[in-house]
Design a protein around this ligand. Structure first.
Ligand SMILES: *[C@@H]1O[C@H](CO)[C@@H](O)[C@H](O)[C@H]1NC(C)=O
Ligand SMILES: *[C@@H]1O[C@H](CO)[C@@H](O)[C@H](O)[C@H]1NC(C)=O
Ligand SMILES: *[C@@H]1O[C@H](CO)[C@@H](O)[C@H](O)[C@H]1NC(C)=O
Ligand SMILES: *[C@@H]1O[C@H](CO)[C@@H](O)[C@H](O)[C@H]1NC(C)=O
Ligand SMILES: *[C@@H]1O[C@H](CO)[C@@H](O)[C@H](O)[C@H]1NC(C)=O
Ligand SMILES: *[C@@H]1O[C@H](CO)[C@@H](O)[C@H](O)[C@H]1NC(C)=O
Ligand SMILES: *[C@@H]1O[C@H](CO)[C@@H](O)[C@H](O)[C@H]1NC(C)=O
Length: 474
């Protein structure tokens, strides 16, 4: 007889105790089943079960999970993630509620990726419910295996969740990622002694304000500060020695639009080969989040070879998207030489769509995002303000940078934001200039359909960033 084939001799005593504990286990299960049946027959239960099914698939399809393909789900239980009126550092440009917006449902949408889940909290261990659900529909012995494995997963989850067993964060991250929700304290811990720097234009500042609002409620007033020095504005959480910064560089490379306040000049001039004046302020950051798109939206751009100060500079008009490509090349060359990939994690936020022409989504000509209260439902909707050619340029530059050993993660927020025609401030923001009678007669004529109300869409961009930061530093 081969050695490894041991005869299993049942020992009557342990078996008896197992049997009695099995009895109590079954009793507990039946009771839970009853509760669950009642629970699941209610509308909320069905929705919850759907969420569960969606969230468990992340375990099997983590690699193929595209966070940027999905749909918006109305969820006023979990959203907004903070109260706009209570955010100490809210910008008057984005504070829609403060400036009189009455329809606030734009704050209540959750982004649900098709094949995976954003980290968020669930009230009950999902797989326990799924296990019970499977049990209710238990038909053949074939399913026993999957039922049993679900049972063990749910047991583990329950232990983790209820008994607060200490597990290494890595295990938590890979198995229970979907049960974690944006947690400001947890993020601050990841940012301890670190710099998270957003570099770019006003859309990037929009996202930075969102991140500051998401974080600052977890920090008492005496332990936080905000200060500006030139183009750099820094939020600091003193206790953690962590900073969340924004650096104004709307074209990334140098331009005549670099002044943080007075940058609206009639003619735009860009020095596509010069970036060091900006880059020296952020090269050693731990997380860098770039964007640059809207300021390039014109068919030609004036390019300067030489400096703004000297008189012998050479000026040429260069067409789009070629000039964009030249600038991104300068930017990526700088990163390749100056960034330590072991220290710094890089992100690039894709084009933020605008909703300046209601005709695009089939409403009256001459209108825009003003008065919109609902997202666009049509799957894959694209406005014509987001130029795919520009996206290709970014993809190519980043692809090339990757072959040179530097990974930049794209935050592909374009498609998900396309749906959110109702998410812009429109007229609900501070008006710096007095409005004319003509403007007041037609509110859509002064509506901002470019930036985003907070709380709102950029919070979700930051949730995606959060997911990556946790994945990369787990
Ligand atoms: C959430 O939305 C539902 C449906 O619109 C509504 O009945 C409910 O009162 C809302 N709950 C909160 C807390 O706003
Ligand atoms: C948030 O994270 C902190 C630190 O990791 C943890 O102690 C706390 O329980 C978390 N809060 C929630 C609601 O999960
Ligand atoms: C605080 O954080 C900065 C990076 O943002 C780091 O250079 C510095 O060493 C940190 N200070 C302490 C006391 O750890
Ligand atoms: C502002 O930044 C400049 C360099 O960029 C630096 O020399 C100066 O000390 C900074 N000022 C303050 C108050 O931090
Ligand atoms: C990054 O880390 C790897 C492995 O630890 C090391 O070989 C490499 O020299 C490091 N690169 C830099 C720029 O520090
Ligand atoms: C986008 O579409 C609208 C309406 O269909 C049109 O008026 C506008 O000129 C278009 N813009 C561009 C850049 O193609
Ligand atoms: C971003 O998403 C859009 C549409 O979902 C897609 O066409 C594009 O290729 C994506 N870009 C990248 C870099 O993944």
């Amino acid at each position: 007889m081969p050695k490894h084939k041991h005869q299993i001799v049942p020992n009557p005593k342990p078996w008896g105790s197992i049997r009695s504990s099995l009895h109590s286990l079954i009793a507990v299960l039946v009771a839970t089943l009853l509760v669950a049946t009642v629970y699941l027959t209610q509308e909320y239960g069905v929705q919850f079960l759907e969420d569960c099914t969606a969230s468990t698939t992340v375990k099997t399809s983590e690699d193929s999970c595209n966070l940027f393909s999905g749909k918006w789900v109305f969820d006023n239980q979990s959203y907004p993630l903070y109260k706009g009126l209570q955010c100490t550092y809210m910008s008057d440009q984005l504070a829609c509620e403060k400036f009189g917006r009455k329809d606030l449902s734009f704050q209540n949408w959750r982004w649900q990726p098709h094949q995976c889940d954003l980290p968020r909290s669930l009230p009950v261990p999902c797989s326990l419910l799924l296990f019970l659900f499977e049990l209710m529909h238990f038909q053949s012995l074939f399913r026993l295996r999957s039922v049993m494995s679900l049972f063990f997963i749910s047991l583990t989850e329950s232990l983790l969740l209820f008994d607060k067993i200490k597990v290494r964060p890595k295990i938590l991250a890979s198995n229970l990622r979907q049960t974690l929700r944006f947690n400001a304290t947890a993020l601050l811990e990841r940012l301890r002694n670190k710099r998270l720097v957003y570099v770019g234009d006003s859309l990037n500042r929009n996202q930075w304000v969102s991140m500051v609002c998401l974080i600052e409620s977890a920090v008492p007033p005496e332990l936080k500060s905000m200060y500006t020095n030139g183009s750099l504005t820094t939020f600091k959480a003193t206790e953690y020695n962590a900073t969340i910064e924004f650096y104004w560089a709307p074209l990334l490379v140098e331009s005549n639009s670099d002044h943080p306040m007075n940058h609206r000049l009639p003619e735009r001039i860009v020095r596509v080969q010069a970036i060091e004046k900006h880059a020296r302020h952020w090269t050693d950051a731990d997380f860098l989040v770039f964007n640059s798109y809207l300021w390039w939206r014109r068919s030609m751009m004036s390019v300067l070879w030489g400096s703004f100060e000297s008189s012998d500079g050479i000026y040429r008009e260069v067409g789009m998207p070629r000039v964009y490509e030249m600038a991104l090349k300068t930017w990526s060359d700088w990163l390749e030489v100056h960034v330590n990939p072991n220290k710094t994690k890089l992100f690039f936020v894709s084009m933020s769509p605008t909703h300046q022409s209601a005709e695009e989504w089939g409403v009256t000509t001459g209108e825009n995002c003003y008065g919109e209260t609902e997202p666009i439902k049509e799957e894959g909707y694209k406005g014509n303000a987001s130029d795919p050619k520009m996206m290709r340029v970014v993809e190519n530059v980043l692809g090339e940078l990757k072959t040179r050993g530097l990974d930049v993660q794209i935050l592909n927020i374009t498609q998900l934001s396309e749906y959110r025609k109702e998410g812009h401030p429109s007229i609900y923001r501070k008006q710096w200039d007095a409005l004319t009678e003509k403007q007041l007669a037609k509110p859509s004529s002064f509506a901002d359909c470019i930036h985003w109300c907070l709380p709102g869409v950029p919070d979700v961009w930051n949730e995606l960033l959060y997911a990556y930061i946790f994945q990369m530093t787990g």
